[in-house]
Design a binder for this molecule. Sequence first.
Ligand SMILES: [Zn+2]
Length: 202
Amino acid sequence: MLLPAPIQDLIDAFSRLPGVGPKTASRLTFYLLRAPENLSSDLAEALQVLKSGTGNCQRCYNITESERVECEVCSNEERDQSVLCVVEEPLDVLALERTGGFRGRYHVLQGALSPIEGIAPEDLKIRELLGRVQSEEIREIILATNPSMEGDATAMYLRQQLLPLGVRITRLARGLPMGGDLEYADQNTLLRAQAGRQEMDN
Ligand SMILES: [Zn+2]
């Protein structure tokens, strides 16, 4: 069936999103076609500023508003400057913040090591992390990468790199589902994993 180009274009665009197949893409497109005008314009507006309105925190590489140099956590004087929680993605920060159980600050690697996907140490914010440990007064690093093969490999690599710097290194406790994502863990599990974090330096 031949569809008008504006419709086919939107279907194609939706289809490029993760987890959206051709059927869902068509359904969303036709939903928007029938929905009140302001839904489309609100969506268009939000998409327009999504990239231009956001940027990386220059300290922890979490996502933040583009006009800010540092994110809200980094610029909060009341956060513990001596504990750094290392995560893979900004959504992990969000998940840990939701537990309300962590008062330190973060470092967002922007991914995990993966030989299969060709993600090497230099593709992540690892050099920046080591720099922070050397220039900021950090006593403890909590490695909170995902409980997956990639997350574990990343934690092991970071441990090797961090050991010579003489900082305490801990890893979130087990109890998080293996192969899972921090962002999907429930708050209690995350709180327990933080409380039960284990030394990684032996
Ligand atoms: Zn920050």
